[in-house]
Design a protein around this ligand. Structure first.
Ligand SMILES: CC(C)(COP(=O)(O)OP(=O)(O)OC[C@H]1O[C@@H](n2cnc3c(N)ncnc32)[C@H](O)[C@@H]1OP(=O)(O)O)[C@@H](O)C(=O)NCCC(=O)NCCS
Length: 233
């Protein structure tokens, strides 16, 4: 009797054409099915941009609790200069606004290797008349593995290639060497400092202002989608 495994079901069990067929274990060394299961497909997050270390997708309602947990990580709070104790209710209210905001683009950041959500990043204050925006990011998990740099680069790609912006700026505290390094590697340059304007856990620092401009941006993953022909804006 021939038993054909048709496809994997959502719960990971196999559907067979002959229900009376014995449930034989796969032969040792038999190749694993190449196609992902329906469950794996259903669990796969929606992605907009995929780089080498990071991928970006929309904000997700089902991650509101995760976003709130991330925003109670004191290292994240320190980097963002946040002192508010954020509750799930507050995060829900933020999400409800952010999900509809027209002058912002918010992203969930994933590790490109296994698509685990690890943080968020955003373009705020998008001004189409002047083609400018402000960038912000936090990575709550797997910091120091290149995800922040790549997520920053992907967000600049969205800003310049998809939105057609010209200049994206950010502010970062002068003690935050990891952030400054990640931003510089992604294409930001320091353009100024507000001296001694930030107090962080009792110590005073500069606020560093960095920007990135479209003509200097390299490494676009969206460039391959730019249609042939047409005229420059
Ligand atoms: C800042 C942040 C976004 C960076 O993301 P990340 O994924 O950790 O960063 P990456 O791993 O891509 O890059 C960090 C870089 O800084 C370097 N670095 C780390 N600590 C450093 C230090 N103390 N001094 C100098 N460089 C440092 C790393 O070696 C790496 O550079 P490399 O790729 O050339 O080796 C992330 O750490 C974070 O969210 N921190 C908490 C919140 C925060 O500070 N947000 C930013 C607010 S402006």
């Amino acid at each position: 009797m021939m038993v054909a495994v048709v496809h994997a079901m959502g719960d990971g069990s196999a559907m067979e054409t002959d229900p009376a067929a014995p449930k034989a274990a796969p032969a040792a060394g038999a190749p694993l099915p190449a196609a992902p299961s329906a469950a794996a497909e259903a669990a796969r997050p929606t992605l907009l941009l995929t780089g080498v270390r990071a991928a970006l997708g929309p904000l997700r309602r089902d991650l509101i609790g995760t976003y709130q947990r991330w925003l109670t990580d004191v290292e994240v709070l320190r980097g963002l200069g946040q002192r508010t104790v954020i509750t799930v209710d507050a995060e829900q209210a933020w999400y409800d606004n952010a999900a509809k905001a027209e002058s912002a683009a918010h992203f969930t950041v994933y590790d490109a290797d296994d698509l685990a959500p690890v943080g968020t990043c955003s373009l705020f204050g998008i001004d189409h008349a002047n083609a400018t925006a402000t960038f912000g990011i936090f990575i709550a998990e797997r910091r120091g593995t290149g995800i922040g740099t790549d997520a920053t680069r992907l967000t600049l790609d969205w800003a310049f290639t998809m939105l057609g912006l010209h200049n994206v700026m950010l502010e970062v505290f002068s003690w935050n060497a990891a952030a400054i390094r990640a931003y510089a590697r992604a294409g930001f340059k320091e353009v100024g400092r507000r001296r001694g304007s930030v107090v962080c856990l009792g110590r005073r620092f500069d606020d560093v202002i960095m920007d990135a401009v479209a003509p200097e941006f390299t490494g676009s993953v969206l460039a391959r989608l730019v249609p042939d022909g047409g005229a420059p804006r």
